[in-house]
Write a protein that binds this ligand. Sequence first.
Ligand code: NAD
Length: 481
Amino acid sequence: MAAMTDYPDVGLYIGGSWRTTADDLPVVNPANEQIIGRLARAGQQDLDDAVEAASKGFEVWSQTAPKDRAEVLRTAAALMRERQAEIAHDITLELGKPYPQAKLEVIRGCEFFEWDAGEAVRTYGRVIPSAPGINYIVHQQPIGPVAAFSPWNFPMSQPARKVAGAVAAGCSVILKPAEETPAGAMHIVRAFHDAGLPPGVLNLVCGVPSEISEHLIPHETIRLVAFTGSTAVGRHLTGLASDHMTPVLMELGGHAPVIVCEDVDVRAAAVTSAVRKMRNAGQVCTSPTRFFVHDSIYREFLGTFTERAAATVVGDPMDPGVEMGPLANDRRLAAMIEFVADARDKGAEVTTGGSRIGVSGYFFEPTVLADVPDDARVMQVEPFGPLAIVNRVGSLDEAIERANSVPFGLAAYGFTNRADYIDRMVERVETGNLSINTLEASVPETPFGGVKSSGYGREGGVEGLHNYMVVKNVSHSISIV
Ligand code: NAD
């Protein structure tokens, strides 16, 4: 074990107890490329044990009263609030997210648990009247053991969303966090353990993603696959699940358009956008990326956006005042370099940034590309990094057409005060989440998810538990007919 910091080693949690494995994998600090900890690598026997534990956990939890489930969710969330500083510290080390942002993420994760605790007691069915002497009663019941796969960009709030929905609905879960950032999931498991969740309801497995998904998804015990990550992997997992008629909840890539109309406060829209773009170094599925700005305000918007992006304080994510840390891994760094080179070749202007910073750590400059031609790769592929595209358009209709020109539809944004423009965006922008004059795409009480290749199903809101439940209709005749 090579941990040089107080970052925790992450084991497996199966059937209510922790275990280590003979094999493990390193966890790397992206700010300095040092190994900070080890991650257990689940073998086939561990995975079989997790499935058996989840099966037993489901028997217990699905028979637990919703108000008692809600109580465990609330207690676990309260423990995570108490442990906010420790959890945020670990997230900052493994992901490179500035510490204040990591602290906010911990609270957001707690809010998911608290929201779903409230929803747990409201999973109502209904009675459908028919002829006298017969009733049709619709029950909502937990779907069964869930295999949940969470990504590296929100190590706490992403697994929180899945665990909150599943546990509130009465399901058991086998959670696989991203191998780069397992600490948030580990802290969630610790909190639920301490809150008294029965053994087997929540299990944590880590290791090689394909080994885990290919073992768990075909298993007949698993009744739902919940995944957040790239469209390519989501498609692969959906294929595996469909071979077994197992339903999926898929939260996949975005490539969010931002339509900036001519009637707005240009400076306010540009500053807000540049700050938001660099949050989590742009590694956010709802990150505002493709800006379509009306010709009449284009130069002013681009100038202010560029100025604010260039002023982003980049550095050690533990240092106070730092707004942006490194990228999460070397794959993202390589991708940014490639996107910029390709866009330049195709004729885009780089108004700020475009290069790696230093030689140690995966730091990349906040980058703005202007007048990017449609054949540049970054116009089609989500950059998932600190890179914004600012292009000009002549009308709202043109902006909407270009917003809809990619296969994704997760988040979209508009800046305008005109009711007719808002109506047109609501009607025609292909997206699961549309935000006007704000770059917040979702909160725990609203449904979040995509259309087109951005996936299906919703997390959060009253819709959030529906994925984790099945509907059973009962026909009840008073006498035998
Ligand atoms: P990736 O698709 O390789 O990995 C994303 C997640 O999927 C990781 O947690 C990984 O562990 C998991 N994964 C990969 N292969 C898997 C498999 N066979 N079975 C189960 N899980 C598997 O992507 P990446 O290189 O980490 O990031 C690249 C792209 O992924 C980004 O450009 C972005 O578009 C997308 N991404 C999206 C989100 C999101 O919030 N929607 C989060 C992270 C990454």
